[in-house]
Design a protein around this ligand. Structure first.
Ligand code: ADP
Length: 644
């Protein structure tokens, strides 16, 4: 038998310090790589989802280094906690930000000069002061860790001008290594971070953005916040965050939830610092279950058992969405991320961005478009998020989103509709974009359609009964499913092999219903020759605005006034009780549902379709969407008395 003398394995100083100081026996993915590079003095760019454990990547190497590490972070509110936490573990650390008194600042400065600290946390605005630069030089710095590093990039979703000063770090401290950390960085932002900070051959480490315990879903919102309130009420006593666009929405929704018995609190930048701290602390301490917030809430939230993150409206970008939903389920247990959206959110953000008019407005509008496309898409939501951040996706299904789990309602005639669309693409030679295919399908004999003889092909007017907007949205959905492919600048549509299988009826396609954005469907005549699109080509709702600015639909004939007959009076009573029922559900006065005048018009004209309902004064698309169908059903169910 052979014997071998084996020396004990060399102790890994990184694992050792982590075990001793933090008590962790395992490292999370990429932590060891990040720490090893940092230990070796190599620049790093670490992209890890929220909760991935980025802090440890700079804290552990800092303990092993001779010279201190300066951590730049915009999260002033968290610095004290971080320092307290480290101090409790025996790690000498301090922070410098505007919250300190002059005396405290002097004390920390003295400590830095005496080399007392391993870690010094500073806010980016410190770098505006020449004295601070001098202090760093005098104290010496071994490494800079730049947290939330995407804030340095104009291409990111959270640009901060203070971060731009960090571009001088390299030149002023050529001996110090630089380490950038972020949870959200697309490949373009990543490159920009590396360029702005002048990173030297950085080790770029990108974590896994797939979080299978998060179940993603997107639902088109009905009237007001009723859907959201119902969803939150169903999550009794679970921890959750509900994001809104505006402060007023936060106040309204928080009040409605409280009235519905939910232990909820609102949080937005309009509250005093004290009030915000109180709300955040109560949530962290599990005294509050649900926070209703604007984007101002959440950076650095230290609660791992968040069971749901709902968006009551569309967020501004996929970066925001990913970061906000990333706060759910950090303990690894299942959590729901449901996005309640409506086209009006898109319009709202668009006007906010345009009003702000920043130099990167067009970039922001582009991000907004991507977000809307995400919400209305029929492709795996995890895949979309993961690939958005530049990661490969090799799974066939995520089993953790509404699309992959089959929760997205498909139209019963989806395959036939898809076949019509794809055959229009085929019969026009796979040479045109969505706008043109839409024209052909609705039978719009524009000059260009006639010139190419496409008004003579069998698919011309094959979808005469559908608004072009719906067809455009379905084209996007087919592309999302990989049945159509868009090519080049003009989004020329081509049929993919999977698309051919649908065309040959070998497999089915799925299409989601497309709801009305703002106004009623238009009559056929209003479709012709409307102004061009204002959105980027190929983007789903492109035709919305162009169509909305087109000629108006013909007006409904005026409803004759006068006394109601017996049937109409009977129906009116039933309509009124339905109105009461809905008003109770909404916790709103009855007139908010429909006015008496509108109900009388319904009773008199007895509409039989959505179009006829929408012609009644007081029935807008929003109300139609929210509860119109219930009134229409009631009208159909209410018999008229047989006449002698
Ligand atoms: P991030 O900054 O990436 O959002 P944090 O650094 O705040 O994440 O880490 C999230 C949580 O995970 C913290 O509570 C941290 O202590 C914990 N953590 C980090 N690394 C490990 C590890 N290797 N083992 C166990 N827990 C860890």
């Amino acid at each position: 038998m052979q014997t071998s003398s084996t020396s004990p394995p060399a102790l890994d100083p990184i694992r050792d310090v982590i075990r001793r100081v933090w008590g962790y026996s395992e490292l999370r993915p990429l932590q060891h790589e990040a720490m090893t590079a940092a230990r070796g003095g190599r620049d790093t760019l670490v992209v890890m989802p929220t909760g991935g454990g980025k802090s440890l990547c700079y804290q552990a190497p800092a303990l092993l280094a001779d010279r201190p590490t300066v951590v730049v972070s915009p999260l002033i509110a968290l610095m004290k906690d971080q320092v307290d936490n480290l101090s409790a573990r025996g790690v000498p650390a301090a922070f410098l930000n505007s919250s300190l008194t002059v005396a405290d600042r002097r004390r920390v400065a003295d400590g830095m000069l005496n080399g007392e600290y391993k870690l010094i946390f500073v806010a980016p605005e410190r770098f505006a002061s020449g004295i601070f630069w001098d202090l760093l030089e005098a104290g010496g710095v071994g490494a800079f860790a730049i947290d939330e590093a995407h804030c340095i990039s104009h291409w990111g979703h959270d640009f901060r001008s203070d971060y731009r000063r960090l571009d001088q770090l390299r030149q002023r401290y050529p001996d110090a290594s630089l380490h950038a950390f972020t949870a959200t960085a697309t490949p373009r932002v990543r490159e920009d971070i590396a360029a702005q900070l002048h990173l030297r051959e950085p080790e770029i480490l990108v974590g896994d953005f797939f979080r299978p315990n998060l179940k993603y879903a997107a639902i088109e919102r009905a009237y007001g916040f009723t859907d959201v309130i119902r969803a939150v009420k169903n999550r009794s006593r679970q921890a959750g965050i509900v994001y809104c666009i505006r402060r007023a929405d936060v106040d309204e929704l928080a009040a409605s939830l409280q009235a519905a018995g939910v232990n909820a609190a609102g949080y937005h930048a309009g509250l005093s610092d004290d009030a915000r701290t109180r709300v955040q602390d109560a949530f962290t301490a599990a005294e509050t279950d649900v926070i209703v917030a604007t984007v101002a809430f959440g950076m650095g939230i230290d609660r791992s058992d968040i069971r749901f993150v709902f968006h009551a409206a569309l967020p501004k970008s996929i970066e925001h969405y990913q970061q906000e939903t990333g706060r759910a389920g950090r303990d690894g247990a299942p959590a729901d991320c449901t996005l309640f959206h409506h086209y009006e959110d898109y319009v709202c953000w668009q006007s906010i961005i345009e009003k702000e008019g920043g130099s990167d407005a067009s970039g922001q509008l582009g991000m907004l478009r991507e977000m809307y496309a995400f919400a209305t898409s029929l492709s795996c939501r995890h895949r979309k998020l993961v690939t958005y951040f530049g990661q490969e996706w090799n799974r066939t299904s995520c089993d953790a989103c509404d699309v992959c789990c089959g929760d997205v309602a498909s139209l019963p005639d989806a395959t036939v509709l898809a076949q019509k669309i794809m055959s229009a693409v085929y019969r026009t030679g796979e040479r045109y974009g969505p706008a043109y295919i839409g024209e052909v399908l609705v039978g719009d004999a524009t000059e260009r359609v006639q010139a190419r003889g496409h008004d003579q092909i069998p698919t011309f007017a094959a979808m005469l009964d559908y608004p072009i907007r719906e067809i455009r949205a379905w084209i996007d959905q087919l592309a999302d499913q990989g049945l159509l492919r868009r090519e080049g600048e003009y989004n020329i549509l081509k049929i993919t092999p999977a698309g051919w299988r649908v065309l040959r009826s070998e497999t089915d396609a799925r299409l989601m219903p497309v709801k009305q954005p703002k106004r009623a469907r238009k009559s056929r005549s209003s479709r012709r020759k409307t102004p061009g699109d204002v959105f980027a080509p190929g983007f789903g709702p492109a035709s919305l605005t162009s169509r909305a600015s087109g000629p108006a639909a013909p007006k409904a004939p005026p409803v004759p006034e006068g006394p109601l007959d017996i049937d109409a009076r009977n129906l009116l009573e039933r309509l009124k009780s339905l109105r009461r029922e809905i008003a109770d559900e909404l916790n709103a006065p009855a007139f908010v549902v429909f006015s008496d005048r509108t109900l009388r018009a319904m009773a008199r004209t007895r509409p039989t379709s959505a179009t006829q309902m929408l012609e009644i004064k007081g029935v807008g698309p929003q109300k139609w969407e929210a509860f119109g169908q219930r009134f229409l059903d009631l009208i159909q169910e209410t018999p008229t008395e047989p006449r002698p």
